[in-house]
Write a protein that binds this ligand. Structure first.
Ligand SMILES: *[C@@H]1O[C@H](CO)[C@@H](O)[C@H](O)[C@H]1NC(C)=O
Ligand SMILES: *[C@@H]1O[C@H](CO)[C@@H](O)[C@H](O)[C@H]1NC(C)=O
Ligand SMILES: *[C@@H]1O[C@H](CO)[C@@H](O)[C@H](O)[C@H]1NC(C)=O
Ligand SMILES: *[C@@H]1O[C@H](CO)[C@@H](O)[C@H](O)[C@H]1NC(C)=O
Length: 325
């Protein structure tokens, strides 16, 4: 596969140091539920979210709406876009995808994980998330493919055609149509991030962009991809690739970060056949993996005593109460 992208950026903050602003900085805009003057974006007025019930007062704008990806069949994808908390014109654009297949990027990523407004316990209110990724990037949450969240098709047979390639093609079309609504982001430094099954969506979309980029008129400035696995159990940064490799990768990662001992790691290496149909019937293996999971959980609670932003980000990403999707 001719796929020359830099992949597997593990830490979100990595891209902050690689900023290459294309669009010059404009005025610092304050958005407080009033129509702001001098928007740098066009064609998106109808999508501006002006008054979300219970929304905390914020200084950034956010937009939500549909982008048609297939006129003939009437397919439209829903997005929610949060500009960066400060200087959006200087910050990169990050497309965020949840996994599943079938998980809503609005229902999980944006409102339970990394967006600026999280749904409070019980679903009665929204609260501001000080560790939202839109502190550093313009965050575009996409519900993908059709059938997920608010995204839909008017042609019911479309739902029978859904697969990874179909998903990638619609997401690609979405991007170009979205850029027509938000032209100031057209040439912006671009990243794709996501979790869980998006570990499959992300490289497929990245490869499509890479291939189509040979046509200069379609060029998207894709700089990198970021794949995460957020899970109630494994709790380690790791995307969905295939189960056996995921388990091995998680255990090696835990060991290489001093979360588990050399001895536990050795037991896992020697007794776990993650390719087998009944990995867990080997008691030595299942006990060692259990121990690794408990150690990981302990580490996460220790990390919560540190208050710097990166630790908090990691804590949030590995929050044991966050559902994996
Ligand atoms: C789907 O059908 C509805 C009802 O006719 C229409 O309002 C909507 O615009 C259609 N969606 C697309 C993407 O064409
Ligand atoms: C939110 O984060 C910013 C930047 O890290 C920090 O300066 C501020 O004190 C935080 N606010 C709260 C309420 O934690
Ligand atoms: C686990 O697997 C290893 C390697 O195949 C084997 O040597 C060991 O006896 C197994 N242990 C149990 C309890 O099944
Ligand atoms: C695992 O299960 C599949 C499907 O049930 C079967 O085809 C395969 O032979 C099994 N593999 C092993 C190693 O038992």
């Amino acid at each position: 596969m001719d796929f020359g992208l830099k992949v597997a950026v593990l830490l979100m903050l990595a891209f902050v140091s690689t900023l290459s602003p294309v669009v010059p900085a404009s005025d610092h805009r304050h958005w407080r539920r009033n129509r702001a003057k001098g928007s740098s974006s066009q064609g998106n007025d109808g999508d501006l979210v002006t008054d979300l019930p219970g929304q905390p007062v914020v200084d950034f704008r956010h937009y939500a709406g549909y982008v048609t990806v297939n006129e003939k069949n009437g397919r439209a994808l829903f997005y929610w876009f949060y500009e960066t908390m400060s200087h959006p014109d200087e910050k990169p654009l990050v497309l965020w995808l949840n996994g599943g297949p079938g998980c809503s990027s609005v229902g999980y990523g944006a409102t339970q994980e990394i967006g600026p407004f999280l749904v409070d316990t019980g679903g009665h209110a929204i609260k501001f998330n000080n560790f939202s990724w839109n502190r550093e990037a313009n965050m575009l949450f996409l519900e993908s493919p059709v059938g997920v969240g608010f995204s839909y098709s008017n042609t019911s047979t479309d739902y029978k055609k859904i697969g990874d390639e179909f998903t990638a093609n619609d997401a690609y079309t979405f991007l170009h149509q979205w850029f027509l609504k938000f032209p100031s982001y057209r040439t912006r430094t671009f990243y794709i991030a996501g979790e869980s099954y998006a570990g499959k969506y992300i490289p497929e979309l990245a490869e499509l962009i890479y291939d189509k980029n040979k046509d200069p008129s379609l060029y998207i400035d894709l700089k990198g991809i970021l794949k995460l696995k957020i899970s109630s159990y494994e709790q380690l940064g790791n995307p969905e690739t295939n189960d056996a490799e995921d388990w091995r990768g998680m255990m090696d990662y835990a060991w290489s970060h001093a979360v588990i001992s050399d001895e536990t790691h050795r037991l896992i290496r020697e007794n776990c056949d993650f390719y087998s149909n009944d990995t867990w019937s080997n008691k030595t293996c299942s006990q060692a993996v259990d121990e690794a999971s408990i150690s990981t959980r302990r580490l996460i609670f220790t990390a919560s005593t540190h208050q710097n932003a990166l630790q908090a980000l990691l804590l949030q990403l590995t929050n044991p109460y966050t559902k994996s999707c």
